[in-house]
Structure formats: C-alpha cells, structure tokens
Design a protein around this ligand. Structure first.
Ligand code: HEM
Length: 503
C-alpha cells in the first residue's frame, strides 16, 4: 500500500509541476520565436538583430527611413530586417523600387497581414486590403467615384477655390499676428475629400469632425512607433491594459463610431442608382451585389474605406502645405519669386485656376521640391509579396513584408545632385521650363500607387497659389523653428507659428 502523503508536500510538488510546465511553455515559445527569426535561405543580408526582437530596437533609436538608408550603404540597395520574427526586405534607391513595384508589379502588390492591420480592418477596406478581389472592387469604385464627383467635373475646381476663400478669410482674422496654420489647413484640405465622400463640407468651427481627424492622425503617428512594431511581433501584448497600442485601438473605435453615424446621416435620403457622393455609390454597389456571396462590399468595409480615404487625403496634403509654408518663410527669396510669377500670370485679384499651372514653372518646381525634400510618406505604405519570387538573385518568399524607402529614392545620388540641399531649380531646364524627373515618386509606383495623386496636385496648386497671392509669410520676430520632422507613418513639421501679412 502507498503511504498516505503529507498534504503540504503534495501542494508544493503540484506548484513545482505547474512552474515546470510554464517554463517548458515559455521555452517552446522562445525556441519558436528564434526559429521564426532565422533568415530564409537566399534572403538578402541585413544588420544583425537581437534575440526575440530582431531589429525593432534600432527603428526606435533613429528616424527609421534614415536608419534604413544608412544600412543600405552597408548591405546593398535591397537588404533585410527582422521585425521580431516578421521577415521584411527594404528597397532603397530608385532602381530597386522600380525593379520590384513596376517590373514585378503583381507580385509586389499585396499588403502584409500584420496583426495591427488585421485587428483594425480585418484586411478589408481599400488601403490595407490584401491584393485580390476586395482590393480590385474597392479601388475601381474609388477611382470612378473620385472622377465622377471630383476632378472629372469642371465645377469641382470651383469647390476648391471656394474652400480657398474660406481658408484665406479665416487666416485674415489673425491680422498678421502669429498663429499655427495646422488646423485651418487640415480643415480646408479635408473638406475637399468630404465633398466627394459625403457631398458636404464641415465648418471650421465643427469641433467633432476636427476631433475625429485629430485622433485619426494621432494613430498614423502611433502606427510607426517601436511599441506598435512590438505589438505586431507579439500580438499577445494586446492583453496588457496599457501601452501605445491601447491608445491606438481606443482612437480607432471612436473614429469607427463617428464615421458610422456620419454615413447613416448622409445616406438618409438616398435614391438608389442616383448617387450623390461616394457613400451613395458604395451603397448602390452593395445593392447590386446583394446575391453574390463572394461580394466584398459590406457596411463594415464601407466604414473602413471612408476612413482610409479621409485620412490618406488629409494627412498627406496638409503636411505638404505645412512644409511649403515653412520653407517659404525660411527662404523669402524663393517666396518672392513665386509671388512674382503669381502676379505676372494670375494677377493680384483673380482666383488662381488650374489652366494657369502650365504657365507657372517656378511655382511647380517649388511644390515638387517640397515633395521631394520633405518626404511626406518616407516609407510609403508597407507592401508584401503575393508569391515566391527572385530579385537580383535573392529569394523572396511569399508573404514577405516589403518596405519602400521613398526617402532614399529622393536622396538617391545617382539621380539627384546635392540631394540634401533645398533647390527648386533642379526641376527647371536652361530656359526656365519645368522638367519632370524620373526618380520623383512621392506617390509611389506600381499597382498600389496613390489613387489621390491628381486630386492632391489640384489642391496643392490652388491652395498654395491663393495663399501666396494674398499674403506674405514670415516667422514671428524672425525666429526659425525646429526643422526636424515629427516621426510617424507620415513626416510632419514640429508645431510652428507663422505671421501671414496682407501683401
Ligand atoms: C501630397 C499628397 C499625397 C501623397 C504624397 C500621397 C502618397 C501616397 C503613397 C506614398 C501611397 C502608398 C502607395 C503604395 O502602397 O506604394 C499612397 C497610397 C494611397 N493614397 Fe495617397 N498621397 C497623397 C494624397 C492622397 C489623396 C488626396 C488621397 C485621396 C483622397 C489619397 C489616397 C490614397 C489611397 C486610397 C492609397 C492606397 C492605394 C492602394 O492601396 O491601392 N492619397 N499615397
């Protein structure tokens, strides 16, 4: 017979067993993670990483696009990074980006299934959607709607001009005193997309809409933080009740609810098949595909698409204009030359029109140089490979995350002389005419290239010329603000004050 056991010993041996099981589970997880971190055979070389977190720590220590350009000078234009068990390659310089996004456009058109994107949009919507039927249907609808309700209509140019007047009048209320232009530019720019998506604009006093844009834009900043990269590598971090990922999820839920209500409101009096804006057109598509079980049009994907279009259109164009204003105050001689061209071609009172753009090469050159130099989306949006492939002799497996370092393209010495100098004349020929440059790709390349490029170009030209036609821009007391960008998926200037004095 077995001797009766001491209950204290049984409890402690039970605890020991539990600890042992826990230690074995942790060990198994660590081994699995270390195996995941091994470079696949034939994969491009890259900087050595730390156990478990790979190269994530390096992305938090320096501006990621600058770090990546530096690493490309050591490991080559195509090198690899380990984002904590997520294999990624980074494309640097124009040739490498073109080789992948253009020459192998289909294979490089996917988006990575990162836990963050899965959690936020379930890989649906448009901007983050996987390359397949969902993306094709949503992109086609967005392109057609942007043409129908946006730049395809002559009257749309008047809508931008009307918005410019609200914008300039709001600036006038400061009477040359210092103020931060950020909110006014954000409101003016987002209203252009709002016309297309909702068929209405929001007043500059609408604090609810502004709050939605603010927290959405905070998410763009958070999405590039090292702690969110950590969440992508170790999604179980999501159960922790604190951290940047929690702020990001809270903001995303608030934005979702706001857009849900707004969509309900603007579609209230909808007449089927007589769309007034993007939301109506989307609901028509849902009706048409009602009996198709494979259809990707859904209420949820409508909310994701609307959110993506608003933020993709607002965050980028706003930041280009904020940098443009900053550089005009920084270089008064360049500002003066733009104003000279405006006075000559448009005159002091007439509203600027798009047809005048081709007669204004210097202004065009300045806007192009701002886009090149400031790199609004320095790493574009992450891509992924949809199949196994080979590039420059390297084997890249299906599902690899692909980072396009657009900043390195705009500072590629093979294509740009003295790239670190702000020099609009690089876009002019000997006769002062505007010249296009092949390695100028702020809107990226290939199948996923920016679908708002045409709209953004219209907005930038009309807002910028209207602003400089009416005002002279300078820093208060000549104090130059910090020029280092604020980090995020987009690069924006640090907050700065400007004086806009009537000319
Ligand atoms: C100066 C302003 C803008 C810049 C610099 C810019 C830049 C970019 C870049 C770099 C991408 C990534 C492309 C890729 O994945 O390779 C992108 C994608 C995108 N942009 Fe823009 N963008 C601007 C304005 C706009 C506007 C005004 C809209 C619409 C209102 C817009 C909508 C989108 C969408 C929907 C995508 C995702 C396309 C897809 O996944 O198929 N963008 N943009």
């Amino acid at each position: 017979m077995w001797p009766a056991g001491d209950p204290g010993t049984a409890a402690s041996s039970g605890a020991c067993l539990l600890l042992l099981a826990l230690a074995a589970a942790v060990l198994a997880l660590v081994v699995r993670q270390l195996l995941k971190q091994r470079r696949p055979p034939g994969f491009p070389p890259g900087p050595a990483g730390l156990p478990l977190i790979g190269n994530i720590h390096a992305l938090g220590a320096e501006q990621p696009h600058v770090y990546m350009r530096r690493q490309s000078q050591i490991h080559g234009q195509i090198f690899s990074l380990d984002l904590g068990g997520i294999s990624a390659i980074v494309l640097n310089g124009y040739d490498a980006v073109k080789e992948c996004l253009v020459h192998q456009s289909e294979i490089f058109a996917d988006r990575p299934s990162l836990p963050l994107f899965k959690k936020l949009t379930n890989m649906g919507g448009l901007l983050n959607s996987k390359y397949g039927r969902g993306w094709t249907e949503h992109r086609k609808l967005a392109v057609n709607t942007f043409r129908t309700f946006g730049y395809g209509q002559r009257s749309f140019e008047h809508k931008i001009s009307e918005e410019s007047v609200y914008f300039l009048d709001a600036i006038d209320t400061y009477k040359g005193r210092p103020f931060d232009l950020k909110h006014l530019i954000t409101n003016a720019v987002s209203n252009i997309t709002n016309w297309i998506i909702f068929g209405e604009r929001f007043t500059y006093e609408d604090t609810e809409f502004q709050h939605m844009i603010e927290i959405f834009s905070e998410n763009i900043e958070l999405a590039a933080s090292a702690s969110v990269f950590l969440y992508n590598a170790f999604p179980w971090i999501g159960i922790l009740p604190f951290g940047k990922h929690q702020q990001l999820f809270k903001n995303a839920a608030e934005v979702y609810d706001f857009l849900h209500e707004l969509i309900e409101r603007v579609s209230e009096n909808r007449k089927p098949q007589a769309p007034r804006h993007f939301v109506d057109a989307y609901l028509d598509e849902m009706d048409c595909n009602e009996n198709d079980p494979e259809s990707t049009f859904s209420r949820e994907n409508l909310i994701f698409s609307v959110g993506e279009l608003i933020i993709a259109g607002t965050e980028t164009t706003t930041n280009v204009l904020r940098w443009a204003v900053l550089f005009m105050a920084l270089y008064p001689n360049i500002q003066g030359q733009v104003q000279k061209e405006i006075d000559l071609v448009i005159g002091p009172n007439k509203m600027p029109a798009l047809e005048e753009k081709c007669k204004m090469p210097y202004t065009e050159a300045v806007l192009h140089e701002v886009l090149r130099f400031c790199n609004i989306a320095p790493l574009g949006i992450f891509h992924a490979t949809s199949k196994d492939t080979v590039v420059r002799g390297y084997s890249i497996p299906e599902g690899t995350t692909v980072i396009t370092n657009l900043y390195s393209v705009h500072f590629d010495e093979k294509y740009w002389s003295n790239p670190e100098v702000f020099f609009p004349e690089r876009f002019l020929d000997g006769n002062g005419q505007f010249v296009k440059k092949e390695a100028f790709i702020p809107f990226s390349l290939g199948r996923r290239h920016c679908l708002g490029e045409q709209l953004a170009r219209m907005e930038m030209f009309l807002f910028f010329t209207s602003l400089l036609q009416r005002f002279h821009l300078c820093f208060p007391h000549g104090v130059i603000p910090d020029l280092k960008p604020r980090l995020g998926m987009t690069l924006q200037p640090q907050p700065y004050l400007i004086c806009a004095e009537r000319r």
